[in-house]
Design a protein around this ligand. Structure first.
Ligand code: IPD
Ligand code: CA
Ligand code: CA
Length: 266
C-alpha cells in the first residue's frame, strides 16, 4: 500500500486492533441467536467495546483532536481543525443477524474536508482505504470505479428507509422510479460498504437519504480517490450530521440524480 500519512497509519492500526475483539464478538452471535435472551444487548456492548478501543488508540496519539462517533457523541467539540469521524459497526442489523456484511469506518478530517479514511470488513478481511491525492486501495490493490456509461446497464445500491423514517413513501417512490431505469438495485445494509463497493466497481452508483455523517465520512474520500463522484442533496443546515448522498462512478451521476425526488441539487 502506498498510503503513508501519520493519520492513515493511525486509523489503520486502530481499526486492526478493534477488529480483533469484533471478530470474537461476531463468533458469539451464532450462540446468542439460538438462546432465549437473543443477541440485542450483546450487540450494543460490542458496539461500545469496539468504539472504545478505537477512541483510546486515537487519543493516545492526539488527545486534543475532535471526535464524532455514533456511540459516544462529540468529543473536543471546539476542535474542527482535526477531527476523527467514527462508526464502530456500520451494518449493525447484519451483525446482529450473523450476516458478515458490516464494517468499521473511520475518517480523518481537517477543516471540514475528509483527508483520509478506512472502511474495514473484518470478516471478509477487506480493508478499503484512501488518502487525499494518493489513490484508493482494497487491501494492497489500487481500486477504480466502474466504467459503466449507461444508467440502464447499471447495478445500483441503496438503503433505508429506517424504521423511524417519516418519509418512507417518498423513499419507496424514489426506489420504484430508479428501478425502472437501471439494470437492478441491491440493498446490503451497510452504507459504508455500499460506498466502498462503488469505489471498487462492484456497484455503479449508490444513493440514500437520512444517513448520519459517520456512516459515509470515510466513504467520501475512498470514492473520490477511486475516481467517483459524491454529492449531498436536500441538505438541512440545522442538521449538519444528517446526509442524503448520491455517490457514483461519475459517468451515470447526472442521470441517477435526475431520477431522485430531490428538492434541488445545485
Ligand atoms: C446503518 C447502516 C444502514 C443504513 C442505516 C444506517 P448502523 O448504520 O449504514 O445501511 O441503511 O441508515 O443507520 O446503524 O448499522 O451503524
Ligand atoms: Ca452506521
Ligand atoms: Ca453503527
Amino acid at each position: 500500500m502506498r498510503l503513508n500519512s501519520p493519520q492513515i497509519n493511525l486509523i489503520t492500526r486502530a481499526c486492526m486492533k478493534a477488529s480483533r475483539s469484533l471478530i470474537r464478538d461476531f463468533g458469539e452471535i451464532e450462540n446468542l441467536q439460538v438462546s432465549t435472551k437473543g443477541p440485542g444487548d450483546f450487540v450494543t456492548s460490542a458496539d461500545k467495546r469496539t468504539e472504545k478501543i478505537i477512541i483510546d488508540e486515537l487519543q493516545k496519539a492526539h488527545p486534543d483532536y475532535g471526535i464524532v462517533t455514533e456511540e459516544t457523541g462529540i468529543i473536543n467539540k471546539s476542535n474542527l481543525d482535526n477531527r476523527w469521524i467514527i462508526d464502530p459497526i456500520d451494518g449493525t442489523m447484519n451483525f446482529l443477524n450473523g450476516i458478515p456484511q458490516f464494517a468499521i469506518s473511520i475518517a480523518y478530517e481537517e477543516n471540514d474536508e475528509v483527508k483520509c479514511g478506512v472502511i474495514f470488513n473484518p470478516i471478509m478481511n477487506e480493508m478499503f482505504c484512501a488518502e487525499k491525492g494518493n489513490g484508493s486501495y482494497l487491501n494492497n490493490s489500487r481500486i477504480r470505479v466502474s466504467n459503466k456509461k449507461n444508467i440502464k446497464d447499471s447495478l445500483i445500491v441503496t438503503g433505508g428507509p429506517n424504521g423511524s423514517s417519516k418519509i418512507k413513501d417518498k423513499i419507496f417512490s424514489e426506489y420504484i422510479n430508479v428501478s425502472k431505469s437501471v439494470s437492478n438495485i441491491r440493498k446490503l445494509g451497510s452504507a459504508a460498504l455500499d460506498v466502498a463497493y462503488v469505489a471498487c466497481g462492484r456497484f455503479d452508483g449508490y444513493w440514500q437519504r437520512e444517513l448520519n455523517y459517520w456512516d459515509i465520512a470515510a466513504g467520501i474520500i475512498i470514492l473520490k480517490e477511486a475516481g467517483g463522484f459524491v454529492e449531498f442533496f436536500d441538505e438541512d443546515k440545522n442538521l449538519p450530521l444528517v446526509k442524503n448522498i448520491l455517490a457514483t462512478n461519475a459517468n451515470i451521476h447526472d442521470e441517477l440524480r435526475g431520477l431522485l425526488n430531490k428538492k434541488d441539487i445545485e
